[in-house]
Design a protein around this ligand. Structure first.
Ligand code: GTP
Ligand code: MG
Length: 204
């Protein structure tokens, strides 16, 4: 199945660090998680056909708040701050884990979590633990390997196999993506539709 989301509107709603600042959970929500600088914000922009709805940056750790966006008054997209090696002060870092954990655990309208990984890097125990933790809370993630444009077709295949083994998932579960070439965009939308949406996607 392929699904195309026809984007009529895509708007920033608000930024939050704690539940009292979240917007009303009115629409099904999809969150985007992954290491700092992996390409979370770029992926959201690609999904909604915008160059700069979400701020992107070559400086890791640029997104430090939970940012809520609304699409077509039907769907909510959430850009999470990156975890991992961000160059941020320890004091800020200490707040991140709990901030993201609270959101992922408690948010009622959250229907899908897209976990974005760099195709060039074989994930370690951190990602494996994160996936297990999400499953524990019944939030089986949609797994995306981004920046595919940086590798040849052969290397893409090899990396996909290595990453599937590291994460102990089947290769078809890993969606190859590129914000540069838009590779995989329909696949990500159809995975979102399958997990989170009933009728806001049209088949194409
Ligand atoms: P933080 O908010 O800092 O955690 O980063 P992020 O995960 O939101 O990453 P962001 O989308 O800001 O992208 C980081 C850098 O990677 C930017 O310089 C992007 O242009 C680049 N980038 C993102 N996706 C792709 C991709 O698919 N291909 C290539 N070649 N570059 C990408
Ligand atoms: Mg970002």
């Amino acid at each position: 199945m392929t699904a195309a989301m026809i984007i009529k509107s895509a708007d920033f709603v608000t930024s939050a660090v704690k539940p009292s600042q979240y917007p009303a959970d009115q629409y099904p929500e999809v969150a985007f998680a992954g290491r700092s600088n992996v390409g979370k914000s770029s992926l959201i922009n690609t999904l909604v056909n915008r160059k700069r709805l979400v701020k992107t940056s070559s400086t890791p750790g640029r997104t430090q708040l939970i940012n809520f966006f609304q699409v077509n008054q039907a769907l909510s997209l959430v850009d999470l701050p990156g975890y991992g090696y961000a160059k941020v002060p320890m004091a800020v870092k200490r707040h991140w884990g709990p901030m993201i954990e609270t959101y992922l655990k408690d948010r009622q309208s959250l229907k899908a979590v897209v976990l974005i990984m760099d195709i060039r890097r074989t994930p370690g125990i951190e990602e494996k633990n994160f996936i297990d933790w999400l499953r524990l809370y019944r939030r089986t993630p949609i797994l995306v390997l981004t920046k595919a444009d940086k590798l040849s077709k052969t290397k893409q295949k090899n990396q996909r196999r290595a990453i599937a083994a590291a994460l102990e998932v089947g290769e078809p579960e890993l969606i190859l993506f590129s914000a540069k070439t838009r590779l995989g965009k329909p696949m990500v939308w159809s995975a979102i539709a399958a997990t989170a949406l009933d009728e806001v996607c049209d088949d194409d």
